[in-house]
Design a binder for this molecule. Structure first.
Ligand code: UDP
Length: 333
């Protein structure tokens, strides 16, 4: 039987959808999550072992590697609030850059040399050329992006030094939720556009504030590349297979290649729910680039991966099912 896989942050949003897919493929998964942002209930599969703890806990990691002899690590555990990273940068460098060094040390000590990393398009900053290819300069504009980029550099150095092979998956805007509505996105606080649009529809928030209407885009609102979380999950499975098959370290953009504006998201939500979104138009949010869209062709050529859903309504529909369903978009706390 294949070696088990350690998934850090596997009880979080993208992690839990990925764990579910990997477990459904018959892989043995151990999740390490401190449940600060993750949710116990987001792990549905009984074959998955959940260990509650920190990625920076050396002793715990050594015990886990000793016990399970992991063949690979998929690393999601991180903080991801851009605004908070500006006001509390050390929290981000400590958690997103320094703590994974403990995890990587355990990997080196136990001879585990396959690593799939949740990186981000935030490592590109405000790119001059869109769509963004992997060779675009990486000039992050906030500590969150820098904390992730530094770990990319660490991974490249570990490859040179001891043969760690890694896949840095640079996500664009993760969105949507499981098609069956059983798991979904539950952040606290929730800052992301699609859930906030839907929260304005359910009345959980009074209105959606649109951040800026004067961007150089066709309707003046920001354009992003929204990628379905289950499509992201699939890319992790393919990256694991690619590395297990001896593939070299890679960095891949994961997006649809389709740009969607804030206004188009609101239109999609209104169409799907049959209700009007209460909206107020406000100023730009600091640090928001006008347009971020992936060129995802490298992931296709290297991993055989392509987003299955490219119409943003396919992301908004399951998100609406989750948020308007029995759990109202929230796990038990
Ligand atoms: N946005 C908005 N109102 C909100 C949240 C987000 O207008 O309440 C806009 C934001 O300015 C950005 C887009 O929606 O252009 C996506 O933002 P999100 O925070 O979801 O992801 P980001 O691209 O910042 O990672």
């Amino acid at each position: 039987m294949a070696s088990p896989i350690l998934v850090t942050g596997g009880a979080g949003y993208i992690g839990s959808h990925t764990v579910r897919m990997l477990a459904a493929q018959g892989r043995k998964i151990v999740v390490l999550d401190n449940l600060v942002f993750g949710h116990h209930d987001a792990i549905l599969d009984e074959s998955v072992e959940l260990v509650v703890g920190d990625i920076g806990d050396k002793q715990l990691l050594e015990e886990l590697f000793e016990k399970h002899r992991f063949g690979a690590v998929v690393h999601f555990a991180a903080y991801a609030y851009v605004g908070e990273s500006v006001t509390d940068p050390l929290k981000y460098y400590r958690n997103n850059t320094a703590a994974p060094l403990v995890l990587l040390q355990a990997m080196q000590d136990f001879g585990c040399k396959v690593f799939v990393f949740s990186s981000t398009c935030a490592t590109y900053g405000s790119p001059e050329i869109v769509p963004i290819t992997e060779s675009n300069p990486q000039r992050p504009i906030n500590p969150y992006g820098r904390s992730k980029l530094m770990l990319e550099w660490v991974l490249a150095d570990c490859d040179r030094a001891w043969g760690l092979r890694s896949a840095c998956l640079r996500y664009f805007n993760a969105s949507g939720s499981a098609e069956d509505g059983l798991i979904g996105e539950d952040h606290n606080p929730e800052t992301h556009l699609i859930p906030r649009v839907l929260m304005a529809l359910t009345g959980e928030i009074e209105y959606l504030e649109v951040f800026g209407t004067d961007y150089e885009t066709p309707d003046g609102t920001c354009i992003r590349d929204y990628i379905h979380v289950e499509d992201l999950a699939e890319a992790h499975a393919l990256a694991l297979d690619y590395l297990a098959g001896g593939g070299d370290s890679i960095q891949c953009n994961l997006g649809t290649g389709v740009g969607v504006s804030v206004k188009q998201i609101i239109d999609a939500a209104e169409e799907i729910s049959g209700k009007n979104v209460p909206v107020r138009y406000g100023p730009r949010r600091e640090g928001d680039p006008g347009m971020l869209v992936a060129d995802p062709s490298f992931a296709k050529s290297k991993l055989g991966w392509e987003a299955r859903r490219k119409d943003v309504r396919e992301m908004v529909r399951p998100a609406w099912k989750w948020i308007s369903g029995p759990r109202a978009g929230r796990y038990a706390r």
